[in-house]
Structure formats: C-alpha cells, structure tokens
Design a protein around this ligand. Structure first.
Ligand SMILES: C[S@@+](CC[C@H](N)C(=O)[O-])C[C@H]1O[C@@H](n2cnc3c(N)ncnc32)[C@H](O)[C@@H]1O
Length: 302
C-alpha cells in the first residue's frame, strides 16, 4: 500500500506529494528519493520512519502549546485570587509556598545523599542475572520490576548497600534496560559473571539459596551476598544451589522457619530477599524483619 502523501508509480518510483500533519496542514516532504534506496520496501520504510518522526514532532509541539496555555491560565487564576485575599492571607500563602520549596529542596538533597551513600557503600549485594534463558518473557519483565523495587528500597534504607547486577546481558538485559531511568541508576552493571567482577573475592562470596543446609545468623559485613535473579515459581528447583556448589561458593538460607511459620514454601522473591538483607542489617531482629517483609497472606496465623 502506498504511503499517505506518496503516489507509487507503476515502475516502482514514487512521486512525492505532501505530508498531512495532525493539525491538518499539508506540508511538502523533504526529498527522500527512490533511487537512494536499494529496494522499494527500504524506500517505503524510510518514508514511514520520517512520517512517524513528523507526527511525533507535531504532537510534541501541540503538547508544548497546551502546557504554555495551562501555565498562563494558572497565572491568571493566581492573580485573580490575589485580588480577593487580605494582606495577612497573602503573607500566609507566601510563607506556605516558601516552606513547600524548602521541603522539596531538602528532599532532593536527601535523595542525592542517599544515591551517593549507596554507590559508595562497602557492602555489596550481587543480583545474579545469568538465568535469562530459564525464564519466559513475562517472567523476565517481572524480574525487571523486582529489581526496580530493590533499587527503590535501597534508596530508602538507613543502611543502603552497593547493588551489583552481574550477568546483565542478552534477553534479561533487554527487559532491564526497558525500565524507565535504568541507565541512570548508580549501581554496578556487569555483563559477565560475579566471579569475574569480584575476582580475588571468591572466598567472600555467599550465594543465598533456600536449598542450602547452612543458615544465615547474621549478615557478615566482610562477605558478599548473592541473590539469584530468577522468577520461576520454583520450577527450576535448586538451580542456584547447584550453580554455587559447582563454582565452589558458600551457600546459606535465611532462618525463616526459626522465626515465622509460613503457609507456603520458604522460597521468596528476589526483592523480598533483598529487603530482608537491608532490614536485618538495620534492626538485627529476624522476627521483626521477616514479619515486615513477608506478606501476611504467606504467614500462618498459628
Ligand atoms: C525466586 S528465588 C529462585 C528460586 C530458584 N528455583 C532457586 O533455585 O533458588 C530467587 C532467589 O531468592 C533467594 N532466596 C529465595 N528464598 C530464599 C531463602 N529462603 N533463603 C535464601 N535465599 C532465598 C535465592 O538467592 C534465590 O535464587
């Protein structure tokens, strides 16, 4: 089918007419010539891409216009309101506005401080993303969201850690990079394994796994804890435990059964394990930490 504004002739050449904008105007097309493209399809694609760009530009311009209009309306409303206020009310309004600005600035500063603290923390928590191929696309998306929760919890934490995402490659990298703002997260991002990223620290690595015989009593600050980046409803039973054993890395499970009773299995999600890691380091209280992180529907009332 021919592009809007383009007449494709019998010999395959296209005669350019004009582009319809969203505003309904007709604009001449910049020259995209058939002879510059190896095939009719490539040529049509170029036209299509440019039309998409033009539509985007028109929409952007319309949004900008709309915003300017709204700003102007608000300004007028404020001026009208001002005329009806007493000098005391005006003074009070000004005070509130200044307080709001100061509060917003201090929140921004606090956020910057947290970001810096987290990226410089000496405690590293690895999230191992080498399991992309064991998950479906929707599981990978779900994992990407769990990583976002981890990142956000870390920023809010009293004792943030340095997050290292290892194995950030292939299909999982695609899902993770699709997260809004991900490229600006100040976290470690490694395509390769944690074994390479942390070479020389193999002795310090502890892979967290619900299948381990060892139990975490405290998080040792000299160790690096690894969480398996997997959303699988435990379809791949014991995969992280076997991986760690194969690599000669220590493993440990959280002391869940010692402190709470669960209705379901003790295999938690990545962000729940990460939150437990953060919260226990703050409170040193397993009962309190586990109850605050594990959803109540999972906890048994007995
Ligand atoms: C959804 S689980 C993955 C389950 C997977 N089938 C496996 O073999 O571990 C995601 C990760 O959270 C961590 N995890 C979950 N429950 C845990 C527990 N009770 N103790 C220690 N780590 C746990 C592990 O690092 C695990 O790889």
């Amino acid at each position: 089918m021919a592009e809007e504004g383009v007449v494709v002739q019998d010999d395959g050449a296209a005669q350019e007419t004009a582009v319809s904008t969203l505003a309904g105007e007709k604009r001449p097309r910049e020259e995209i010539r058939r002879e510059d493209y190896p095939s009719k399809n490539a040529y049509k694609k170029a036209l299509k891409d440019r039309r998409r760009l033009e539509t985007k530009r028109v929409r952007q311009a319309e949004r900008k216009k709309e915003k300017a209009l709204q700003k102007e309306q608000k300004k007028e409303e404020r001026l009208k309101e001002k005329e009806t206020l007493t000098p005391e009310e005006l003074e009070e309004k000004k005070k509130l506005r200044l307080e709001f600005i100061a509060d917003r600035r201090s929140k921004q500063e606090e956020r910057q401080r947290k970001l810096k603290e987290a990226s410089e923390s000496s405690t590293i928590c690895v999230i191992d993303l080498e399991f992309g191929d064991l998950m479906t696309e929707s599981e990978r998306k779900s994992l990407a969201h769990q990583l976002m929760y981890c990142y956000s919890s870390n920023l809010k934490s009293e004792k943030p850690c340095r997050i290292l995402l290892s194995g950030l490659d292939g299909s999982i990298a695609e899902s993770v990079h699709a997260l809004s703002g991900f490229d600006n997260w100040p976290v470690g991002k490694e395509k390769g394994s944690y074994l390479d990223a942390l070479s020389g620290r193999k002795e310090d690595l502890v892979y967290l796994s619900a299948d381990s015989e060892n139990v975490v009593r405290e998080f040792d600050p000299s160790k690096v804890y690894i969480i398996g980046g997997l959303v699988d409803r435990n379809r791949h039973k014991g995969v992280c435990q076997r991986k760690a054993e194969g690599q000669g890395i220590a493993t440990a499970r959280l002391p869940i059964q010692d402190h709470v009773k669960l209705q379901t299995s003790a295999v938690l999600t990545v962000n729940q394990v990460f939150d437990i890691f953060l919260k226990f380091r703050e409170s040193k209280d397993w009962g309190k930490t586990l109850k605050s992180v594990i959803p109540s529907r999972k906890l048994s009332s007995k």
